[in-house]
Design a protein around this ligand. Structure first.
Ligand code: FE2
Ligand code: FE2
Length: 374
């Protein structure tokens, strides 16, 4: 056990979780990069056991997925006009103004008026949707890898439906950015590091854990939050459909890994816990939106501390973990191996979600019926 003991510095590249200086030092310097290659070595597994339904929960998920397909081009009201600035101003008004309740004196944004904050809101939305799009491509690629590497036929069948789902998700976010918003952002460096680790790991369950449980668990919570907040009808409907798919994807992770993780040794569990912790921290770090501040001409280090005081953001940051924590608990990752991950999630301030509904059960209530399916 002692040989596998790793410190924060080994796992996330810094000793102190909240070291803003170190977080900001990780940034994407090549904004014009058009392709990104990751080398990965893993076994592609054929199975000659074709017995459909030998894992009934996965089989049920597969049948549900086939009935829940929707068409990104024809099932959404793409004719909806979107006025980004008006939405930003309305949202601020609903929250009592920009930066309500936060003391920004002495920072570069102290002199900002409505014009700057509106522009910031617009850029922030461009950034958020861009990161969703990049994350969706990560899911597309990871799920294709899962189809190859998972040894069970029911999981290969289900995974194939998820590949189609993820293609559609990349498609809708890309179309929304191009037609309704006002600019793209390159992938955030923290998110890219995480996707690289997930796709490069040779163990098939690590791709599952990183993508299905961590990235998609966070996405499901983030989409849910945005779905509640947005007053833009096209985005609302788009998110409703995407969430319906995502809840199946997270359930796929929970229902698959449950079988495997019950049989792991303490040392093996600890490796999974460290991976989950790394993923959690990287995802949290990306929400500091460094690239937006850069584009606004402000040093992100000078504003990050005040940004973290905005009440809506505080709720959002914590909410992001509302699916991840109960799902990790369900998989035995919180309390296995001496409860290492419980300690880490306590440090991150998110342990309070441990008794929320896990997605292995909850997904059924989140299904939406596509219009084309009647
Ligand atoms: Fe997705
Ligand atoms: Fe997904």
């Amino acid at each position: 056990m002692t040989e596998t003991m790793r410190e924060n510095a080994d796992i996330i590249g810094r000793g102190e979780i909240n070291d803003l200086e170190a977080i900001m030092a990780v940034s994407n310097t090549d904004w014009d990069e058009a392709r990104h290659d990751v080398s990965s070595h893993y076994d592609t597994v054929f199975t000659w056991d074709y017995e459909k339904g030998s894992r009934p929960k996965l089989d049920k998920l597969y049948e549900k997925a086939k009935r829940s397909q929707w068409n990104a081009q024809t099932d959404l009201p793409w004719g909806t006009a979107v006025d980004q600035e008006a939405l930003v101003r309305a949202n601020a008004a609903a929250n009592g103004g920009f930066l309500a309740g936060v003391d920004a004196s002495g920072t570069p944004v102290a002199s900002w008026g409505d014009a700057e904050w509106t522009q910031f809101g617009v850029e922030s939305q461009n950034w958020t949707l861009s990161q969703f799009m990049h994350g969706e491509q990560g899911a597309l690629v990871c799920t294709a890898k899962i189809v190859e590497s998972v040894p069970w036929i029911d999981a290969k069948y289900y995974g194939a439906t998820q590949v189609v789902d993820e293609a559609r998700h990349v498609e809708v976010f890309s179309k929304y950015l191009d037609e309704k918003l006002s600019g793209h952002y390159p992938i955030n460096a923290h998110l890219r590091l995480l996707l690289d680790d997930i796709i490069a790991d040779s163990r098939w369950d690590m791709t599952y854990l990183g993508m299905q449980i961590m990235v998609e668990g966070l996405a499901l919570a983030a989409f849910g939050f945005m779905y509640q907040m947005t007053t833009e009808p096209l985005l609302k409907q788009l998110l409703r459909y995407v969430m319906s798919d995502e809840s199946r994807h997270v359930a796929f992770g929970v229902l698959s890994l449950q079988e495997l993780y019950g049989a792991l040794s303490s040392a093996e569990l600890r490796e999974r816990q460290e991976f989950a912790f790394e993923a959690a921290v990287r995802m949290r770090d990306r929400f500091l939106q460094q690239e937006v501040w850069d584009r606004m001409g402000v040093d992100p280090k000078q504003v990050a501390p005040i940004l973290l005081q905005v009440p809506e953001r505080k709720v959002f940051q914590t909410m992001l973990f509302s699916k991840i924590v109960p799902n990790c608990k369900k998989l035995g990752l919180l309390d296995g191996a001496d409860g290492w991950l419980r300690t880490k999630f306590t440090e991150l301030g998110v342990i309070g979600f441990e008794d929320f509904a896990d997605t292995g059960e909850e997904y059924e209530s989140l299904q939406a019926t596509p219009q084309s399916a009647g």
